[in-house]
Design a protein around this ligand. Structure first.
Ligand code: GLN
Length: 538
């Protein structure tokens, strides 16, 4: 039996330090040594899962194969490790409390006072252990910043694990910020000293410090951090800003972080094999061409809201040796036409709520009429169907009942089972569903097979009453979930590339395995860029 080693990743000073990327990068490096690695994210908030949260506050909701609505860091884990995560790989304080309270009501603790220590911390530790079957190393990321009230029970559980699993089996890595003060032209270590002190108060001494910094640390800074934080110099790791997040494993490796970790955890492994990863980074850094993709979303100022879409576009670029520039469109702009004059593809991502919907419909119309490659994801499919119904089928006022409950032409509607849903949490059509493709479709060409499965997160569906009308006029249902006869993909005839999916392909795209639909969408955009250029030269 393998003894699983644990690496706890905590964050200091401020949030948004890229703790998820750091955690994923060490996961990747250890995987490259031939180890079986899993990742876990603990979120200290009280929501039972992030499914009901506004992406504006907490970024995208990532959906796993088994239909869990999870933190966006799970997307990084899947992309870096090229491996599926499941519902057990993410849990919140709310979920922990819910489990403990349900057990209390059942009578499991009869006679005892139920307390944070040991009951909540025991439940947290059970959840740590639940992901370790057949795993050599579990990298456990604790959300929030050290010093927050909310993350205390998680840190306490991490401390207890050190005691229970033994010194050689647990490593604490603290990701922290070394701010640069312009006026004095100095990097400052004080905030890090304080956050390490905070950790020590809880009983955790970090073994490794990952220092986010704008400027190189230099030997003096390293020595100072080592001394004040009581971390060996070799374990003070610099994490500078890099062009692409996919470079971080290499940046860490060059400083010997993987060797340090293996030494601390007393593990012997094979030499690293990062060949395929290095190829990804190399292609990213040396693109042969460039395309601009317009993203018609709602959260234009907050990039994390479309994390997986952004990454999948970049992967599509890797497959085509192309740099993908993403331009966020303001769909409320009446002159949206002008924003599209020099783009090579348009993507309408998933979304909820009616803000900007008419603008998105207009964008889909322009893509259709001007033959600009179009890729619709979930809401983006619904938009395509609404636009086509209104402007080609001439069903004036056609809409989704999500946005107009009384429309005469409900081309997008709820299935009966969704109409009776009362609770909003975890009740959408979630997770993986199979889909059969039409022979000869763009989708068939992309996937190279007729049977696929993809992840979902939505309530509304194409209304089958309108399907024949749509198909006869040229909007083909190229993918069907046969058991329930649901439209999963639509494609437009006589267009260079116009395809929309009811599912979210972005969740399955990886840098080492770009998603076929993103690959072909970018290929179509490259094609458009090239024809445009040759027209300009003619
Ligand atoms: N709001 C739409 C629905 O619930 C689309 C959801 C999405 O794009 N993820 O069906």
């Amino acid at each position: 039996m393998t003894t699983t080693k644990y690496i706890f990743v905590t964050g200091g000073v401020v949030s948004s330090l890229g703790k998820g990327i750091s955690a994923s990068s060490i996961g990747k490096l250890l995987q490259a040594r031939g180890l079986a690695v899993t990742m876990l994210k603990c979120d200290p908030y009280i929501n039972v899962d992030p499914g009901t949260m506004n992406p504006f506050q907490h970024g995208e909701v990532f959906v796993t194969e088994d239909g869990a609505e999870t933190d966006l860091d799970l997307g990084h884990y899947e992309r870096f490790l090229n491996k599926e995560m499941h519902h057990t790989n993410n849990f919140t304080a709310g979920r922990v409390y819910q489990t403990v309270l349900e057990r209390e009501r059942r009578g499991d603790f009869l006679g005892t006072t139920v307390q944070v220590i040991p009951h909540i911390t025991d439940e947290i530790k059970n959840r740590f252990r639940a992901v370790t079957k057949g795993v050599d190393v579990a990298v456990i990321e604790i959300g929030g910043t050290v010093g927050d009230i909310e993350s205390l029970p998680f840190l306490e559980a991490a401390r207890q694990m050190g005691l229970e699993a033994g010194k050689d089996n647990v490593l604490y890595m603290h990701v922290t910020l070394i701010p640069y003060i312009k006026a004095s032209e100095e990097l400052k270590t004080k905030p890090t000293q304080h956050s390490v002190q905070k950790l020590r108060e809880i009983g955790i001494s970090p073994d490794v410090l990952v220092c986010r910094t704008e400027k190189p640390l230099g030997p003096e800074m390293r020595a100072k951090l080592s001394m004040f934080c009581s971390v060996p110099k070799e374990s003070v790791i610099e994490a500078p800003d890099v062009e692409s997040i996919y470079e971080v494993p290499t940046v860490f490796h060059k400083q010997g972080l993987d060797d340090q970790i293996l030494m601390i955890l007393r593990m012997r492994t094979q030499a690293k094999d990062l060949e395929s990863w290095d190829r990804v980074v190399d292609r990213l850094k040396h693109p042969k061409r460039e395309v601009t993709i317009a993203l018609a979303g709602k959260y234009t100022d907050y990039k994390d809201a479309y994390k997986s879409v952004n990454e999948a576009l970049i992967h599509g670029g890797i497959a085509n040796e192309a740099k993908v520039r993403i331009r966020f469109l303001d769909t409320t702009d009446p002159k949206i036409h002008e924003q599209l004059s020099d783009v090579h593809g348009i993507l309408v991502p998933g979304g909820f709520g009616d803000r900007g919907i008419e603008g998105k419909i207009r964008v889909a119309q322009l893509a259709r009429e001007e033959k600009i490659p179009y890729f619709g994801l979930c809401l983006g499919l619904q938009i395509a169907v609404i636009e086509f119904s209104r402007n080609v089928l001439k069903l004036s006022g056609a809409h989704s009942t999500e946005f107009d409950a009384k429309t005469r032409y409900p081309v997008i509607d709820l299935l009966p089972e969704q109409k009776s849903v009362k609770n909003m949490g975890a009740t959408m059509r979630l997770g993986t569903y199979e889909c059969t493709l039409k022979k000869g479709s763009l989708a068939h060409k992309a996937y190279g097979t007729l049977n696929i499965s993809e992840r979902h997160r939505h309530r509304y569906e194409v209304n089958n009453k309108f399907r024949k009308l749509l198909e006869d006029a040229g909007l083909s249902a190229a993918g069907i979930h046969a058991p329930k006869n649901l439209v999963e993909i639509v494609e437009l005839k006589d267009h260079p590339w116009y395809l929309a999916t009811q599912f979210h392909p972005e969740f399955k795209s990886r840098p080492e395995a770009p998603h076929p639909l993103f690959r072909d969408f970018i290929a179509a955009a490259v094609e458009r860029a090239q024809t445009k250029r040759s027209h300009a030269h003619a």
